[in-house]
Design a protein around this ligand. Structure first.
Ligand code: AMP
Ligand code: MN
Ligand code: MN
Ligand code: MN
Length: 284
């Protein structure tokens, strides 16, 4: 009956592009009835020890977590890792390399914005950044909202920060194979995050899942804040077709921005194998 577990295995703290601390997230998750929790900051494990301690302080079980930025056939794909050893040297080094280009990218984003009359965006975004190695588009978005350029972060992404827009800078992230291997070799389980968000053709999506499995990936997010109810059904079907376990996570970033609260999404359907069944020995 473990599909009835309230597991939330995707969210972000100030250590990447969220606005709450690991401790605040843990309290919020607990208040919403979460029983098994994971903090999955982008490309960074610096919050893991605090998240584990905070989960235990709240009486929740915990899986280590991360969301790795990957470039696959020219698009950015996110791979969530769960239940790995958070001290694994190769994983830590791989994530350090993945974070490496973010500062330079941010300066180039700022130059692009300056060309359309938005000056000082790099300096403006910095006060929003909790981790100097993790300057993200989200921090630019918060600055552009608070300075009155846009009414919300969605508008910022639509007008300025997505492909073809003035503040967008193409970036080469980790490869799919490397990201999956870092996670698997550290004892964890790799999960394709929010697959409905990508703009792949059916053939490209088939290639993504086929290669992901070939590299040792074993899970897919079915119930996530990024999916509609219809997309839960589509990716439940994908999980069955590819023999993947299913994950559930809000992708919560901020009380002010996130439309999905921690721990409040529908539970996984009983016909799916939850990722936490494969990770029983890794739960802390
Ligand atoms: P980055 O890793 O710097 O490319 O930033 C990616 C982050 O931007 C994602 O993890 C989301 O938190 C956020 N994001 C991406 N697209 C959107 C969007 N359309 N609206 C709001 N936030 C977005
Ligand atoms: Mn994010
Ligand atoms: Mn993501
Ligand atoms: Mn995320």
């Amino acid at each position: 009956m473990t599909h009835l577990l309230n597991a939330d295995l995707h969210c972000h703290s100030v250590i990447s592009d969220g606005t709450l601390t690991p401790e605040e997230l843990a309290a919020r998750a607990k208040a919403n009835g979460v029983e098994l929790w994971s903090l999955t900051d982008h490309d960074e494990l610096a919050g893991q020890a605090r998240a584990l301690a905070a989960a235990h302080a709240q009486g929740m079980r915990y899986l280590s977590g991360v969301e790795i930025s990957v470039t696959f056939i020219g698009q950015t794909v996110h791979i969530v890792g769960l239940g790995f050893d958070a001290d694994n040297a190769a994983l830590l080094q791989g994530l350090r390399d993945t974070r490496g280009g973010r500062r330079q990218r941010a300066m180039e984003m700022s130059e692009g914005l300056a060309k359309v009359g938005i000056h000082g965006a790099f300096e403006g975004a910095l006060p929003y950044v909790g981790n100097p190695e993790l300057i993200s588009r989200t921090h630019f978005a918060r600055f552009l909202v608070d300075s009155g350029v846009c009414k919300d972060t969605n508008e910022v992404f639509r007008k300025y920060l997505t492909e073809g827009k003035p503040g967008y800078v193409a970036h080469r992230w980790a490869t799919l194979g490397d990201a999956v291997r870092w996670i698997v070799d550290a004892g964890g389980l790799a999960v394709v995050a929010h697959p409905a968000r990508y703009r792949f053709t059916p053939n490209e999506e088939f290639a993504l899942f086929t290669e992901f499995k070939g590299h040792g990936g074993r899970g897919v997010e079915v119930v996530t804040g990024s999916h509609s109810v219809a997309e839960y059904a589509i990716y439940a079907q994908t999980a069955k077709e590819f023999g993947l376990a299913a994950s559930r996570g809000s992708d919560f970033h901020s009380p002010a921005e996130s439309h999905t609260e921690l721990g409040t999404l529908p539970l996984l359907k009983r016909t799916l194998t939850p990722v936490w069944e494969l990770l029983a020995s890794r739960i802390q």
